[in-house]
Unconditional design. Structure first.
Length: 635
């Protein structure tokens, strides 16, 4: 029976994927007023949708914008990306996503991104100032009145900051799926491959349930189990996150480089720091790009936030361990810089800044409508805190379990507590993707969905990140491409693959000040790992303060980035001046060249070059009055 069903499903997929003329879609988009997108290279079309599609009187319309990349030739189908969040902007990330996927997929499929209601420039719900203040504030379980006060202040300040507060009751997923269906009908009603990542899996399941005739297939990546209650969802991911964090800390102990920098078992270092910050924030003099320092605080909220975001990927896990190792030595700036990066705070001001890819208030606006806490706000808040005090006792990541639920208790637009039936799938295939080390959509949720879905296939990446497709790995990228382009179903109902749980540890820099080659390579390391630099948008000049005084300035060209070091103290007892040029033209000469003058504990001049493709490096100059060249190592 299984083989006959599989053959029938494959045949149906191939029939549904019969080639269509790309020109038809392009002509439709032009007729609908399509034009170049502001945030990507795709074609954008804005349609007007009913303001409230659930009401007898919709009360006017709302604009919803879709970005389309038509197939370059005959199309093999239409693929819709539903971005995570809720709050992520599909339009803002479209180019990056397009670049990450199989070239054949991009050439042979019509691809659609969109900003759902409440997201994007036209209807976006965002309150960066309130969000920034809340994200670094402690919400202490041990002091319920303080936790409630901080949360109520955030909700009040956020609502006051919103431009479109009138939409707060209208942005739930149940309404948003009707907007996608309206666009599908407007472009001729093609059957859709619906790919949802993270929250997008929630959207995809609801869309496919309401509009099964519109669906050619569903791909769920980082899966939400819609049957879970609000508490049940947070309990599931809090349990998973706690286990993954313990594994991250243990991984450091078995890595000689990480263990050496940590100086003690990583769990002990973390727990000591958390206890100290729970007692009182750590005062930090933060170096400014404009010169001087500003008084800042490293809070327990920042530590917990960094630890939680570290769980999302192998690279993030290693990055957090580097910051933790520095903090264990009393060097708090790396942890604070990482927190500003994770929370999208301006390191110069310490305040929240708008992120064109993320609409933070939409996160709560959608979540608090899609889920609900029972009772009036005050009763709900007290119940959440009482439950959290019991559930999180002895856990490291307490805030992750209760803080968002507490916000929803006081959010002005709250939904219903009832949960839907399990997603059943349909006559189309449902491909379920998850990592077993996903903190926010734990793999247990994918198992629950798989156990109830018809024509389901499951791929689990061991050690992987949150959301696993499009990271350049054969599993699952090849499996997904074969399904979309050829209608080839996965080889088995359940398949496993694996990747390294953490990236190779990059030792803390500046530990060998007497070696000029080590100094130059450590400067390169800092350029790679300063959060302000790797999160820079390359649009405007960036100037940041070095940890021990001085500045680094970065200017971006078309294919290169120029750096200027002005008395930059990357490490104690040594200042660096000079220039650097990183070339990234996609050619053999790509790499970094540094011309540096060093003073302090040691002094000299260094000319250093490293090749991106060759992964080779060289150095020459003078050091403490003696000429040096690239050394000749011995066994």
């Amino acid at each position: 029976m299984r083989s006959r069903m599989r053959a029938a499903l494959t045949s149906a997929l191939l029939l549904c994927a019969a080639p269509a003329a790309a020109q038809d879609l392009a002509e439709r988009l032009e007729a609908m007023g399509g034009g170049p997108c502001e945030l990507s290279s795709l074609t954008c079309v804005t349609i007007e949708v009913p303001r409230d599609p659930k009401a007898n009187d919709p009360g006017g319309t709302l604009p919803v914008t879709f970005a389309v990349h038509p197939a370059s030739g005959d199309s093999r189908g239409t693929l819709v990306f539903v971005i995570g969040g809720p709050g992520g902007s599909g339009l803002a990330v479209a180019d990056d996503y397009i670049a990450a996927y199989d070239e054949d997929l991009i050439a042979q499929m019509d691809i659609i991104f969109f900003d759902q209601r409440g997201i994007g420039p036209e209807t976006g719900l965002v309150c960066p100032e309130a969000q920034g203040a809340y994200d670094i504030a402690d919400v202490p379980l041990a002091r319920p009145e303080t936790a409630i006060s901080v949360t109520k202040r955030y909700v009040s300040d956020c609502i006051s900051e919103l431009e479109h507060a009138d939409l707060l009751t209208l942005v739930d997923t149940e309404r948003a799926i009707t907007d996608l269906e309206a666009f599908r009908q407007a472009i001729g009603g093609p059957k859709l491959w619906v790919y949802g990542e993270s929250y997008g899996t929630q959207f995809a399941q609801q869309y496919a349930t309401v509009y099964p005739e519109a669906v050619q297939g569903v791909i769920l990546d980082g899966v939400v189990d819609l049957t879970l209650s609000f508490r049940g969802y947070y309990a599931a991911y809090a349990e998973a996150s706690e286990r993954i964090l313990a594994r991250v800390l243990a991984a450091c102990d078995t890595d000689p480089a990480c263990a050496a920098d940590m100086g003690a078992p990583a769990a002990e270092v973390y727990d000591r720091l958390a206890a100290r910050l729970a007692a009182a924030p750590e005062a930090v003099d933060f170096p400014l790009g404009s010169g001087g320092t500003a008084p800042r605080q490293l809070t327990k909220a920042i530590l917990e936030g960094n630890a939680f975001y570290a769980l999302y990927s192998p690279n993030a896990r290693m990055t957090f361990l580097r910051a933790l190792a520095a903090a264990g030595r009393g060097e708090y700036l790396p942890m604070l810089r990482l927190g500003y990066s994770n929370l999208y705070l301006d390191s110069e001001t310490g305040e929240g800044i708008a992120d064109p890819t993320w609409y933070g208030a939409a996160y709560f606006a959608v979540t608090c409508l899609d889920y609900a806490e029972e009772g009036d706000p005050e009763a709900a808040a007290r119940a959440i805190l009482d439950d959290a005090a019991a559930f999180t006792s002895g856990r490291r990541l307490q805030r992750a379990y209760f803080a968002e639920r507490l916000v929803c208790a006081y959010w002005p637009a709250r939904g219903k507590a009832e949960r839907p039936a399990p997603f059943a799938g349909g006559d189309y295939p449902t491909l379920i993707l998850n990592a077993d080390t996903d903190p926010i959509t734990p793999v247990t949720m994918s198992y629950s969905v798989m156990d109830n879905v018809k024509n389901g296939y499951l791929v689990v990446m061991q050690g992987g990140p949150h959301v696993i497709w499009g990271r350049g790995l054969a599993c699952p990228d090849r499996i997904v491409a074969d399904l979309l382009l050829d209608g080839t179903l996965p080889a088995a109902e359940t398949q496993l693959c694996a990747q390294d749980f953490t990236d190779p540890f990059v030792p803390l820099a500046g530990r060998r000040p007497g070696d000029p080659l080590a100094v130059a390579r450590d400067v390169e390391t800092e350029l790679d790992w300063y959060p302000e630099l790797y999160n820079w948008d390359y649009a405007d000049r960036l100037r940041l303060g070095c940890d021990f005084g001085g500045t680094i300035t970065a200017d971006a060209g078309d294919t290169d980035t120029a750096y200027a070091f002005a008395d930059c103290g990357l490490w104690p007892g040594m200042t660096i001046s000079g220039t650097g040029l990183r070339t990234e033209a996609g050619e053999g000469a790509d790499g970094l060249v540094l011309d540096l003058t060093v003073t302090g504990l040691h002094s000299g001049s260094i000319r250093y070059a490293s090749g991106h493709d060759t992964e080779a490096w060289s150095a020459s100059g003078t050091w403490d009055g003696v000429a040096f060249e690239t050394p000749r190592p011995l066994p």
